[in-house]
Design a protein around this ligand. Structure first.
Ligand code: FAD
Ligand code: EPU
Length: 349
C-alpha cells in the first residue's frame, strides 16, 4: 500500500476527465482501509463528520458516476477489496455477499453462472458492488432494493463497522441515505443480496426486454436470457465509456405533481409519462431532445446522438467544468421550455 502524490485520475473516471488527486491510494483489505484512514487523520486532524472532512477524502469505485470539476485537494481512496461468499437460506433462496471492490457486472455474471436469480435485469451496469446502494442502481424494471438485504459500512467518525439493513438505507429512485444525510460519513464495505435458487421471477414487463427476447426467438426466457436481452439493449443505445467518456444518465428522470403535469400536457400532449399516485415521472431524455440538445455539441462536450440524457466527452479532451457548464445549459433550457427543473444524477466533485 503506497500513498501516491499528484496522481492523475484520468483512468479512474469514465468521463476521462484529466484531474489530479493530491494523494491517492488503493486499498486491498478492510484492515488496510482503516490503517490508511488512521494515518491520514493524524496528518489532517479535521473533525470528521464536518463537510470539510467529507471533501478531503473521496472513496472511489469504478468512477462511473462522478464528474471531477477540478483537481482533488485531498486523499482519493480506491476500494479494491474483493471476495464473494454465500449462505444457503432455504431450499429456494441464498444470501450472497460481495465486497465493495467487486465489479458489478462480473458479480451479476457470477450469480447467473450459479443460476441465482434477481440481478439479471441489472446486467452491464458499470461500477462496483460497494457503490450499488449509493444510488440504489436500477434498470429495466429492477432496482437493487428489490434483492438487497443489508450492507456493512465503516463509520468514518468512529472507525467502527456498522450494519445497515434495508430500512436504514432509505432507498428511493436513484437515492439512499448514502447520497443524503449519510454522504461522506460511511464507506460501504460489503453488500448482501437475497437471491432465488429456483422458481425465479422472470421480469420482462419493461417493454424493450419483451421485444428483444422476441428478436432472439425466445418464448420461455431463463434469467440468463433476460440478462442477454438487457445486454443487447444497453449496447445498442448507451455509449461504451471505454470508447467515449460518459457517466450514463447525467440527470434523473423528474417526478412532478399531477397538476403540473396536466398543465404541461395541454401544450405537449405527446409527452411520454409514467403516473405514480399523485406524481408523474417524465423522461428527461425526451425533455432534453425537445429542447434541441440531442446530438448537439459545444466544444469538447455533446449530448449523445442516441440518448439525449447521456452527456459525452466528445473529443476526449473535455474538462469537468466544460461538462458541468454544458449540463447547466441543458437545465436552463428545460426549465425555460417546460418549467421542469432537472436534477443531476452524477456526483459532482
Ligand atoms: P463511483 O463513480 O466510483 O462513485 C460514485 C459515488 O459513490 C461517489 O460519490 C463516491 O465517492 C461514492 N462511493 C464509491 N464507493 C463507495 C463506497 N464503497 N462507499 C461509499 N461511497 C462510495 N446507474 C444506474 O443506476 N442504472 C443504469 O442503468 C446505469 N447505467 C450506466 C451506464 C453507463 C454507460 C455509465 C457510465 C454509468 C451508468 N450508471 C447507471 C451509473 C453508474 O454505473 C452507477 O451509479 C454505479 O453504481 C457507479 O459505481 P462506481 O463504482 O463507478 O461509483
Ligand atoms: N427519450 C427520448 N429521447 C432520448 C432518450 C429518451 O425521447 O434521447 C424518451 C423515450 O420516450 C423513451 C424514454 O425517454 O421511451 C425512456 O428512455 P430509456 O428507456 O432510454 O430510459 P431512460 O429513462 O432515459 C432510464 C435510466 C437508465 C436505465 C434505463 C433503463 C434514469 C435517469 N435513467 O433511462 O439508467 O438504464 O432507464 O431502465 O433513470 C443511469 O442511471 O445512468 C442509467 C443509464
Amino acid at each position: 500500500m503506497t500513498i501516491q502524490e499528484n496522481y492523475s485520475l484520468k483512468s479512474h473516471n469514465t468521463f476521462g476527465v484529466d484531474v489530479t488527486a493530491k494523494y491517492f491510494v488503493e486499498v486491498n483489505s478492510n484492515d488496510e482501509l482503516v490503517e490508511v484512514l488512521k494515518y491520514y487523520n493524524t496528518l489532517h486532524p479535521i473533525s470528521v463528520g464536518t463537510s470539510n472532512s467529507a471533501i478531503s477524502k473521496l472513496f472511489l469505485g469504478g468512477g462511473s458516476n462522478v464528474l471531477f470539476t477540478k483537481d482533488f485537494d485531498g486523499l482519493v481512496i480506491q476500494l479494491n477489496v474483493k471476495g464473494i461468499s454465500e449462505k444457503v437460506l432455504n431450499e429456494n433462496e441464498v444470501l450472497v455477499t460481495a465486497h465493495a471492490g467487486e465489479n458489478w457486472h462480473e458479480f451479476v455474471q457470477f450469480c447467473l453462472n450459479k443460476d441465482y436469480g434477481g440481478l439479471e435485469n441489472l446486467s452491464l451496469i458499470p461500477g462496483n458492488v460497494g457503490t450499488s446502494p449509493m444510488q440504489n442502481i436500477g434498470a429495466y424494471g429492477t432496482e437493487i432494493k428489490d434483492t438487497f438485504v443489508s450492507c456493512k459500512v465503516l463509520n468514518l467518525e468512529t472507525l467502527e463497522n456498522e450494519e445497515f439493513d434495508h430500512e436504514k438505507c432509505s432507498f428511493g429512485y436513484r437515492d439512499s441515505i448514502f447520497k443524503q444525510e449519510g454522504r461522506g460519513k460511511y464507506v460501504i464495505l460489503d453488500v448482501t443480496f437475497k437471491l432465488t435458487t429456483k422458481n425465479h421471477a422472470i421480469k420482462t414487463e419493461y417493454g424493450a426486454i419483451k421485444n428483444e427476447l422476441e428478436k432472439m426467438g425466445i418464448v420461455n426466457p431463463t434469467i440468463q436470457d433476460v440478462s442477454q436481452a438487457v445486454i443487447h439493449i444497453r449496447e445498442s443505445k448507451l455509449p461504451d465509456p471505454k470508447v467515449i467518456g460518459n457517466a450514463g444518465s447525467f440527470f434523473k428522470n423528474p417526478t412532478i405533481p399531477l397538476i403540473q403535469f396536466l398543465e404541461v400536457q395541454k401544450i405537449y400532449p405527446e409527452m411520454p409519462h409514467y403516473p405514480s399516485g399523485d406524481l408523474v415521472k417524465v423522461p428527461a431524455g425526451w425533455l432534453i431532445e425537445q429542447c434541441g440538445w440531442k446530438g448537439r455539441r459545444i466544444g469538447n462536450v455533446a449530448s449523445h446522438e442516441l440518448q439525449a440524457l447521456v452527456i459525452v466527452n466528445k473529443t476526449g479532451n473535455a474538462t469537468g467544468k466544460e461538462i458541468f457548464d454544458f449540463s447547466s445549459m441543458i437545465i436552463e433550457s428545460v426549465k425555460e421550455k417546460f418549467g421542469i427543473e432537472l436534477e443531476r444524477e452524477v456526483n459532482i466533485i
